[in-house]
Design a binder for this molecule. Sequence first.
Ligand code: PLP
Length: 391
Amino acid sequence: MRTSYLTFGAPLIEEDEIREVEATLRSGWIGTGPRVARFQEEFRSYLGVPHAVATNSGSSALHLSLLMAGVGPGDEVITTAHTFCATVNAIIHTGAKPVLVDVDRDTQNIDPEKLKGAATKRTRAILPVHFAGRPCDMDAILDIAREHGAYVINDAAHAIEAEWKGVKIGRLGDASCFSFYVTKNITTIEGGMISTPHEKWAQTAKIYALHGLTADAWKRFSDDGFKHYEVTVPGFKYNMTDVEAAVGLCQLARIEHWAARRREIWQRYNEAFADLPLFVPAPEQEGTVHARHLYTVLIDIDTIGTSRDKVQSELHKRRIGTGVHYTALHHHRFYQRKLGVCEGQFPNTEFIAARTLSLPFSPKLSDEDVGDVIEAVREVVGRRRPQETEP
Ligand SMILES: Cc1ncc(COP(=O)(O)O)c(C=O)c1O
């Protein structure tokens, strides 16, 4: 048994980040400034997109993108029930109605047929979630959006590196929203980014992200001299800081190296779990790149005769931290009341929600850590047989 606890989603912070943060703190400019500008530019160039706008979270990136699309009261925005609450909260904050649809059981991404069935003349935007880093079927989504005159705004919180037919997800649709939360493929501690082909959206998003001011603080107070500003809209405080960007710049430089390490761990898990009563993630679809953000298995609870929560707590006892992605949105009472959704409406989401378990999966894991996870999972899941069912 391990002596230390293996925290789920622990970020890999190296000496470079510490040095860069220190340099930023000593520089006299710690708010939104030159490092944010550089991070935006390097992220933009990594994706190969015309514009990138840094924000203080993936959630604010989603909110701003929906506002740029003009989404508001009377509109509908389609997304899935199998996502983090931030996706649907961003829609609610615009005053529009979230329309939830089910996912495909294998890919865990939006089911294009269900999406088609949910689109109406009020559909202003489609918000596909590229779950765990697996790209959604962008051909189908873009076709349906075109047919209905709707915008496509990607929830790409998990999908920085993801590609659909040779094109990064961040280059498809009208905007993509990324998260740099601590557990994500790269982190800024808290932070996010919008990528968009629309120059006007990028300009306006920057203004909305900083109170609606015509000039940002760097321009107002930098060594160019003080500049007066004007408020053009009642904006938000959604800007990233230079301290966060300092971390992000170092992390972005290692993104492909880390992707290769995650690929290795993924393969090792797949091989080690092949004979267990659980379902490993569906294989990468040909012609796509899976960003491999989460390694989620579906515990075969019918075969092992115990719940996912019990498996999770047994792993915890063995000092292995895990995650649940996600409790289905319609299992939260708030959304049941707010959106009128209920159990039985999204069978695939429900199937996944009862069985899903995300294992430790990050470039921070040593080979030994990976071995510990495998040993613990084999012990907890592998030794359970139907006759051992819980009372
Ligand atoms: C699918 C999804 N969407 C949106 C978000 C929100 O990102 P953030 O935590 O940076 O606000 C997250 C992050 O946790 C996420 O996993």
